[in-house]
Design a protein around this ligand. Sequence first.
Ligand code: ATP
Length: 305
Amino acid sequence: MKAAITADGIRKRYGDIQAVDGVTLTVETGEFYGILGPNGAGKTTTLEILEGIREADEGHVELLGMNPWPRNAHLLPRIGVQFQASAFFDRLTARETIHTFASLYGVGTKPADAMLDRVGLSDLGGVRAEKLSGGQAQRLSIACALVHNPELVFLDEPTTGLDPQARRNLWDLLRDINAEGRTVILTTHYLDEAEILCDRVSVMDHGKVLKTGTPAALVRELDQTTRITVESGVVEASVVRDLLATAGAEVASVEDDGVSLSVATHQPAPVLSVLAEQGALRGLEVRGATLEDVFLHLTGREYRA
Ligand code: ATP
């Protein structure tokens, strides 16, 4: 099957700032694809070039097999672009807003109302868009992007500023959209979100893609130790160290800070059995690497969400 999006060597400069510096990526049809990166990494500019909203200085983009720039009227009914919630029309209610978007695409009011229902906003249809909460406004903006049943959906930080429950509700909606066969490409600051939702991610910084892969493969590639932590005070760190040496288990470190005893290892199984034999499993936590570790490793700095 043909890729939904291919970008080859795209670049964009704003004055002195090289916002996008040679991005090459492919999004397969039906894929859920994430673009991650710190503030100013070039995610939004990249997305806008892929959408055909912004012209690249250099490089080539194919969106559903066509060039999105200059604005390609054949593509517009096939793609959905999430509108920033702040850009809703003044004084329109939620229902009037989605009806307006629907009419732009020649979609009737019935499917528009069904979409409002789908994002759980039916009861708030009569409320002015500017009076909606952040989460409700995000859901309305996604409903507007989906009202014409597009096959490819672009979302720019769709869950920023939402409370944990609203985020999870939106994740369910985005998963459903993707499960229906739509290609979804999003930018996000939330690495847990990318890890849960995305089939593949690209980590960007300074306008370049640093790495692309499935979240699991990127984490595995990092080859970081697993950290096993139990409550302090049941067994001495030196005893654990000796028992693990006798068992032939390779451990990177065994430390006790008076609150927790922590073992860092590539071989969690023998560590867990030694701790179990010592009756020292109280408060057990096993933490493997996450996408956040991958991110920090690649960008070499704290994640600036
Ligand atoms: P964030 O996570 O903060 O949204 P981002 O990764 O989406 O950031 P971009 O918005 O693409 O990054 O911005 C990349 C760089 O280009 C930044 O340094 C930004 O200040 C600059 N930039 C973005 N848009 C413009 C513009 N219209 N004019 C001038 N500079 C811009």
